[in-house]
Every structure is written in structure tokens, then in C-alpha cells.
Design a protein around this ligand. Structure first.
Ligand SMILES: C[S@@+](CC[C@H](N)C(=O)[O-])C[C@H]1O[C@@H](n2cnc3c(N)ncnc32)[C@H](O)[C@@H]1O
Length: 532
């Protein structure tokens, strides 16, 4: 028997060889008259020769390239290590999010009046035994990130994801920004840099007189000019139109109807009133949560709200499944560079909403814009149709969070689910998104827009709409930007401004039906109209 050096091509060759020659060897043993140059011998020589040739003709690097090529063909998920040229200047000091011990789960209450025979025993709340977890630094051989050596902290079991506290969880703002914080070896002390403003009950004020002024007419005419802009226009065009609209509308404060006090027959308010209500100038005077002259700042997401209505709604919604909870926990307890926080992750209630919607119509072709540690991506991949795909776009410099945190959770998906994911991280979203929109318009059933809110976020919206097929669905996360979009123009951050402009654009966009839900950080549910 002739064994030539196939070993460097792994057990695959061995298996093929064995399968191919077993029969011939057995046959040759039995038949002594069998010619040594039988068809089996010939095949054996041929394959051995081929193996020898491959072994000797390729350099190690070429073999690696072939292996990489094969991996690309069979599994497009990138495993490329991103090397930072500058590195992150500060050691990540962000401590893990440690929610307070869980409050009892909602309990069913017996309905004695209507059904006297049914008695329900209240559910015993699960006991929470604190367990100690040790988070050790992830391997950082290829990254110049410095991470805390080892931090030990206590996680309640089960670890609560939904809000279970009556006050805001410890968000240690000072620790994020301060450069002299060193890593902790015990449960981090809560440093409250900002005074927590409790949620205020907004008492509706009586409606202001609805006088139609000359200025109102001006607003309407500026709106008409905005609406007559071409179907797709640049951010600059839109910003110009919007700023014109704001300047003019801000003078119509007295013409607004700020609140509807009593329920009455719904009639759509005239355009001028609707514009007045949404202008920052009006809202900054009416907002009762924010201090005049400062940026509006409200926290609605499950892990930060103290509002009982929001807590009630979130805690009565279906929880994301165990594997998604694991990934969220991992994200919360991972070390990030100082300019990144786990709060960038999609909140669980929004992911849960996305999954509920996806379960209704099983989209086939999905697009996730902005990956971070991959919570949204893997949540979508779990619910995409069995014949579908999920394309995900991420900036190359930020792919590291997926590689370090998300990728190991992706292994919990089935092979079929994994094979549906295509992550594109070779270029920035500013480049990859327009390219995709130009190449594959009207082809996606579902788009989840959740990337960094840059100056050109309005463009991202336009590209997302272009990519959607008629009747497709777009979900946009964090559309209130922590309440910033309600601030007066002077107190807005750049991010507030771009998101507010996008919100106005969506409201005016005749191609879509859209609902902005005060859920999570503000969630747009947008359906692209079917052309008739
Ligand atoms: C809100 S996070 C995305 C969260 C993600 N969808 C999830 O499911 O957890 C925003 C994303 O925008 C990405 N991003 C893209 N371009 C960026 C840029 N120029 N600066 C910062 N972040 C950027 C970040 O990497 C981050 O993943």
C-alpha cells in the first residue's frame, strides 16, 4: 500500500482516499491474478500524484489563502481581525451594569366576582440567590485596547433585563469621562454625577387660542415648497428647507394647540397647527420635563426608565429568549473603549418588538444597519424566513465589538441560521449603504436602521426606503435620542438635530405609512406604501 504525504491537507483527503481505495485493496488481496495496473491502481496513482503536486507546489501562505477562500465561499461571516492604527487612548473604565434585585413577577389576580369557583394561588416570586461571576479580560493580543485586569462583581440570579427598579439604575457618568478612574476589583461604587430627575406627571394645560395669523400662512407656503422637493434630495437641500420651516414656524407659537384636554371627535388639525406643535421653539416652551434653556433629557428605555407606566409595559411584554439575554448580559459586562458604552446596544424591548413583527410576516431578505455586539443582528437572524438572508453593515473600525462579543453567541444559532448571515465590514456604512441601495433597490422585506447618527442620517433613511420593496417594513431605533429631539434649537446636539430632521422628513414622506412609538428610545415602524 502506498501512502503519500496527504496529511497537510487534513483528514478530508484521508477520508476520500480511504473510501476510494478500500474496495480496490480488498479486491487485490482476494484476486492474486489481478493486474497491478488495474483501474484501481491507476486511480490510486493518479490521486496520489495529484496530492504530491498540491503539497509541493504551494507555499504556506498560498495554502492559507486557499483555506481562507474556501471559508469565504462556504461561510461569508468575516473573522478578520481589525488592527487599529492609533488604538484607544484610555483604558475602558465602564463598569458592568448591575441592576437591583428583581421585584416579584406580575401575578395573576383571581377574579372572584365573575368566577367565584376559580381561585388562583398567587405565584411565588422566584428567589434570587446572588452569585459571583468573575469577568476576565478577553484576549487582546491583536488589539491595542487596554482593559481592566480583572473585575469581580455580583450578578443577581436570575439576571434581570427588564426594569425592575423604582429608580434609575446606576449610570456612572463620572466614571465614563474621568481619566483618573482605575479598574475596580469589587462591585463598582455608584457615582451619580447628575441629579436624577424623577419622572414628572405632565398635567395638560388648557388649549391656547387658535388664531390664524398671517405667519401661519407663511408656514403653509414654506411647507408646500418643502413638499415639492424632488423624491430624493440631499441633506443640504433638506436642511435648508427645514431651517426655513423652523424659523418661520417659531413665530406661530400662539397659534398652536398644545394639548387636547377632553376626548372629542377626532378631526385632523390643519397643517399649520401640526407644524407648530412639532417645532422645537414651541415645544421648548411647553415641555414640562425639561428645564427651559437646557437640552431635553428623558430616559424611556427599559434599563433606565423609572416611569411606572413604562416599567409596567416592559415587564408585561414577552422577554427576549435566553440566548439573546446572554448576549445582552455579555454586552453589559464587557469592557469597551471610553467613547463606547453598552447602552449603544438595541434595548431588549425594541428587539422583542422587532421579533414579534417579524414573526407576523416572516421577511426573507433583511438588512441590519449597525451591528455593535450583534444583538439586533442575531435577533433578526433568529426570525428570518428559512430561505432568507440577513445582510448586516458595520464600520470596519467597529467590527471588533462583534468579533469580541457577538461572534461567540452566533455559534448558538443553528448552522442554517448562521449561513443566512452576511456581515459586510470592509468599508464604512456611508459607502456600503449607498452602494447596496444602488445595486439592489426594492429588494429587502425588512430593514433595521440603527447605526451611528451622523450628519447624513437623513441619507441613511432615504437609502433604507430605496432598498425596501413596496410593502416592506423599516424599523428605526432611538428616534427620540433620549428626548433631545424635543429640545429648543439652541440646546440641541448635532445628533438631536439630524434625528429631528429625519423625523420631520418621515412625517412628510408620502411614500410611507409611519408610526413613531414612545417605546424603547423612540421606535419608528414604517411601511413602504404599495404603489397602485
Ligand atoms: C446603536 S449602535 C448599533 C446597535 C446594534 N444595532 C445592536 O443591535 O446592538 C450604533 C452602531 O453604529 C456603528 N457606527 C457606524 N459608523 C460609526 C461611526 N462613524 N461612529 C460611531 N459608530 C458608528 C457603531 O459601530 C454601532 O455599532
Amino acid at each position: 500500500m502506498l501512502w503519500l504525504p496527504f496529511a497537510n491537507f487534513g483528514s478530508m483527503f484521508e477520508t476520500i482516499k480511504e473510501a476510494a481505495f478500500k474496495h480496490s485493496i480488498e479486491a487485490a488481496k482476494e484476486d492474486h491474478n489481478h493486474s497491478p495496473l488495474s483501474i484501481f491502481e491507476f486511480g490510486k496513482e493518479l490521486l496520489n500524484g495529484l496530492g504530491k503536486f498540491i503539497s509541493s507546489s504551494f507555499e504556506e501562505t498560498e495554502k492559507l489563502n486557499i483555506a481562507n477562500g474556501l471559508r469565504e465561499i462556504f461561510n461569508v461571516t468575516t473573522t478578520r481581525i481589525i488592527r487599529f492604527t492609533t488604538g484607544f487612548p484610555h483604558p475602558p473604565t465602564f463598569p458592568p451594569y448591575i441592576p437591583e434585585p428583581t421585584t416579584p413577577q406580575p401575578q395573576a389576580i383571581a377574579h372572584h366576582k365573575t368566577w367565584p369557583r376559580i381561585t388562583t394561588t398567587p405565584t411565588v416570586p422566584p428567589t434570587t440567590t446572588p452569585s459571583t461571576t468573575t469577568a476576565t479580560e478577553a484576549p487582546t493580543t491583536t488589539l491595542p485596547m487596554t482593559t481592566p485586569k480583572t473585575s469581580t462583581f455580583t450578578l443577581p440570579t436570575p439576571y434581570p433585563i427588564w426594569p425592575t427598579t423604582s429608580r434609575r439604575p446606576p449610570i456612572t457618568w463620572k466614571q465614563i469621562t474621568s481619566s483618573n478612574i482605575t479598574s475596580t476589583t469589587s462591585a463598582p461604587e455608584v457615582v451619580t454625577a447628575r441629579k436624577w430627575i424623577p419622572w414628572k406627571v405632565v398635567t395638560p394645560t388648557p388649549p391656547l387660542p387658535t388664531t390664524t395669523t398671517t405667519t401661519t400662512t407663511t408656514v403653509r407656503s414654506s411647507l408646500t415648497s418643502e413638499a415639492s422637493l424632488p423624491d430624493y434630495f440631499t441633506t443640504d437641500d433638506y436642511e435648508m428647507a427645514t431651517s426655513e420651516l423652523i424659523t418661520e414656524a417659531s413665530t406661530t407659537v400662539t397659534a398652536a394647540i398644545p394639548h387636547i384636554v377632553k376626548a372629542r371627535k377626532y378631526t385632523r388639525p390643519p397643517v399649520s397647527d401640526r407644524v407648530s406643535i412639532t417645532t422645537p421653539a414651541t415645544i421648548s416652551q411647553k415641555c414640562e420635563i425639561c428645564k427651559p434653556g437646557s437640552r431635553c433629557n428623558v430616559s424611556l428605555r427599559s434599563f433606565e426608565t423609572s416611569d411606572p407606566i413604562f416599567q409596567y409595559c416592559y415587564s408585561h411584554s414577552t422577554m427576549i429568549d435566553e440566548s439573546m439575554q446572554d448576549l445582552l448580559r455579555d454586552t453589559q459586562t464587557s469592557s469597551f473603549p471610553s467613547h463606547v458604552t453598552w447602552h449603544q446596544s438595541v434595548p431588549p424591548e425594541v428587539l422583542q418588538l422587532v421579533q414579534t413583527i417579524m414573526a407576523l410576516y416572516r421577511p426573507s431578505r433583511c438588512l441590519v444597519i449597525g451591528v455593535f455586539t450583534g444583538l439586533g443582528l442575531l435577533g433578526v437572524a433568529e426570525h428570518v424566513d428559512s430561505r432568507g438572508i440577513v445582510v448586516a453593515l458595520e464600520h470596519p473600525g467597529y467590527a471588533v465589538f462583534w468579533e469580541r462579543v457577538g461572534q461567540k453567541h452566533a455559534k448558538k444559532l443553528t448552522t442554517a441560521q448562521m449561513s443566512r448571515i452576511q456581515i459586510r465590514t470592509s468599508e464604512s456604512i456611508e459607502k456600503s449603504l449607498p452602494r447596496l441601495a444602488a445595486n439592489e433597490p426594492n429588494t429587502f422585506d425588512f430593514v433595521f436602521l440603527d447605526d451611528f447618527k451622523r450628519d447624513n442620517y437623513l441619507d441613511d433613511y432615504e437609502h433604507a426606503i430605496r432598498l425596501l420593496r413596496n410593502g416592506g417594513l423599516l424599523v428605526i431605533n432611538q428616534a427620540l435620542n433620549g428626548g433631545g429631539v424635543l429640545s429648543g434649537v439652541d440646546n440641541m446636539t448635532n445628533e438631536d438635530r439630524v434625528i429631528r430632521n429625519m423625523n420631520i422628513r418621515i412625517k412628510q414622506d408620502a411614500r410611507v405609512r409611519a408610526s413613531l412609538l414612545p417605546y424603547g428610545g423612540g421606535t419608528w415602524i414604517i411601511s413602504k406604501k404599495v404603489k397602485r
